[in-house]
Design a protein around this ligand. Sequence first.
Ligand SMILES: C[S@@+](CC[C@H](N)C(=O)[O-])C[C@H]1O[C@@H](n2cnc3c(N)ncnc32)[C@H](O)[C@@H]1O
Length: 241
Amino acid sequence: MPDESDPTGWQAFASEFIRFIDEGDPSRTMLLDEVMLEECGGVCGKLVLDVGAGEGRFSRMLARRGARTIALDLLWPMVRAARHRSSGRGAVVRSPATALPIASSIVDIVVSYVVWVDVPDFRTAIAEAARVLKPGGQLVAANLGFITASPGWKRSPDGCRLYKPIDQYVDERPITLNWRGHEVVNWHRPLSAYMHAYLSANLILRRFLEPVPPDDTLRNNPRFEDWYRIPEFTLMRWQKP
Ligand SMILES: C[S@@+](CC[C@H](N)C(=O)[O-])C[C@H]1O[C@@H](n2cnc3c(N)ncnc32)[C@H](O)[C@@H]1O
């Protein structure tokens, strides 16, 4: 298969990713879902395109709220799982985000839920999302933030987290990681590269968040410490004029 069909090594570990989602990833279930739904707003009757939908979890959440959904993903294992799990509700399409098989100006909301970090040509993907949106339509995108330029926590001799070093922040580059035993590539880009891509697509920024938990209940749990100290994600809502 050409590289474009598997730019990040996802094919090899799609089933591991689906298992990870099925275990209930807390970053999604406890941090991002609520704000993503809030930024999507009332979706009943709206046409929503979920780009890089994976096995379709967020598309199903939107469909349950009455949206007409198109879950789109590059990889067949994701598309097959999304189709199987959709129970026929909503469309599921295999396509790259960089060449959407969708007419211009027909979609109410495009969702990109932690996807750009996996897409080498994210500028074209953002331009494509903007193309398919109706005038007034919204692009709601969560993505990994500047932590992609960090190798992780610096720790004290007794193992306490001190700080996260960051280097080569301005250099766009692929970073190969070992995730649950699989090699994956995450693309690091400075925030300015993303902002420039959205602005070049003529979108207007309506909301910009670095989500933190709404309360302090998890603050003392080491598993969730990062959320309070250093935001892992950005979440933006852009509108087509
Ligand atoms: C981190 S997963 C997120 C999946 C889903 N949005 C979620 O939050 O569960 C990224 C997804 O983007 C898909 N993907 C990667 N590159 C893509 C591309 N160029 N076009 C469309 N989908 C792509 C992957 O196959 C994967 O399902």
